[in-house]
Design a protein around this ligand. Structure first.
Ligand code: ZN
Length: 257
């Protein structure tokens, strides 16, 4: 009622759009500006990465680079909230771009409907402030991790299986990378076809968006020395201390910085 009467469109639209987050203690217009100046690589726009992308878009990140190959299927629809039923059989990244642009036209969205390779990761990390690791298999996660360490780009790592998930943030050479903690694939976590409840993947996506906002803006402290491990069946959320492996095959070499 009163908001309509004030006609927000006549005010500075961007400040109005983000007014409620700018009310947060410690989150200033400067933080908002940093978000707008940032580009985020989102590797995977499924239940986890799609949710992270959505919340980064509404928060006002300047650019999203979305990578995901293939077409939307009916069985994706219990969790992939950027997708629409009418888009089944069509490209996932194209729908993700369309939805994000409808929600916040100020966000530039670049899409890549292809598989993740080291060359693609290296190319897309140029200009990216953070990469979001949301591929459903360890192979592609390792590709992104190695590329992020090589290029010195922070990576927000989150994975889930069933009702469980984990989250931490890799800042190359400052804290552990994915390979420091998981030098071998976890055989209990299947690559494809694992069970997913959308509220679990969505929770993880929101947590990853928050970590990304922290890294990009300096607001709050990202989880670089702890891992959040959660089980949403028991609602058990634990913070576990994590550390670099000096002998890590990916980031264990002497710091060149
Ligand atoms: Zn490492």
């Amino acid at each position: 009622m009163s908001e309509g009467a004030l006609s927000p469109n006549k005010m500075v639209p961007e400040l109005e759009r983000y007014r409620r987050q700018l009310m947060l203690e410690g989150f200033t217009p400067e933080h908002q500006k940093r978000l707008k100046a940032s580009s985020v690589l989102v590797a995977g726009v499924g239940g986890v990465g799609g949710t992270a992308a959505l919340y980064l878009a509404v928060a006002g990140v300047g650019k999203l680079v979305l990578v995901h190959s293939g077409q939307l299927t009916l069985s994706n629809m219990n969790r992939q909230i950027l997708m629409r039923d009418s888009g089944i059989g069509q490209s996932r990244v194209q729908q993700a771009k369309k939805t994000i642009e409808e929600i916040n036209p100020a966000v530039a969205v670049e899409i890549h409907d292809e598989r993740f390779t080291p060359a693609l990761a290296d190319a897309l990390l140029n200009g990216s402030g953070v990469a979001i690791s949301a591929r459903p298999n360890f192979g592609e996660r390792r590709v992104l991790n190695e590329s992020c360490v090589r290029k010195g780009v922070p990576m927000v790592e989150g994975a889930m299986n069933g009702m469980e998930g984990y989250l931490f943030t890799v800042v190359p050479f400052k804290g552990p990378c994915l390979n420091c903690l998981y030098p071998e694939d976890n055989p209990e976590w299947q690559e494809l076809g694992f069970p997913v409840m959308g509220a679990v993947s969505g929770t993880l996506g929101c947590l990853m968006a928050m970590e990304t906002i922290k890294v990009l803006t300096g607001f709050g402290r990202p989880m670089t020395s702890h891992m959040l491990a959660f089980d949403m069946l028991s609602m058990d959320f634990k913070k576990l201390k994590i550390a670099r492996d000096k002998g890590c095959a990916v980031c264990g070499q002497p710091d060149k910085a």
